[in-house]
Design a binder for this molecule. Sequence first.
Ligand code: IMP
Ligand code: MG
Length: 178
Amino acid sequence: MTEDKIIPLISKEKIAHRVDELADEIVASVNERPMVIVGLLTGAVVFVADLMRVLSSRGVDVEVDFMIVKSYGAKETSSGKPKVILDLSVDIAGKTVIIVDDISDSGFTLTEVTSLIKRRDPAKVLTCVLLNKPVRRKTDFCADFVGFVIEDKFVVGYGLDKAEKFRGLPYIGYLEGE
Ligand code: IMP
Ligand code: MG
């Protein structure tokens, strides 16, 4: 069996620094409370865990809930029709919602989730992604908060997977030969 070789792209130190900055950007521009983070599983799990703790250290207490929205399966290209596999358990009516995902690629997932969330009477809906791959966009989706803009490479680590592998890597990288 050949080992997958991961080429590092963004170090864990760079990620931590940028997550701190993103929390500062959110604190500076979102004044409305209560604030709810809606994390999209599974990819955003590590990012949400870090972001909520930085927000807490800045004195901002957030509610956190998760959804599972699937469009990829084990493939690398979006089917274009994200399906809700697990829905929210908290009521978001009247609250400021920040939808948090690991990466924005075609934009289908966040377009779909944003419109679904907006139908539930939140006070405001914002979006935050750690990574943005603008060259892959197939919608006009544009996140309010973006960690890093990256080129067209399939990345893994820090929650992101390839066929459910590599989510636990503390850094972000891509597979050799991709
Ligand atoms: P979109 O709907 O095409 O924007 O895709 C969003 C979802 O696809 C993300 O939440 C990721 O789970 C997955 N995805 C897109 N690009 C990558 C990648 O480079 N690595 C791992 N997952 C990805
Ligand atoms: Mg995802």
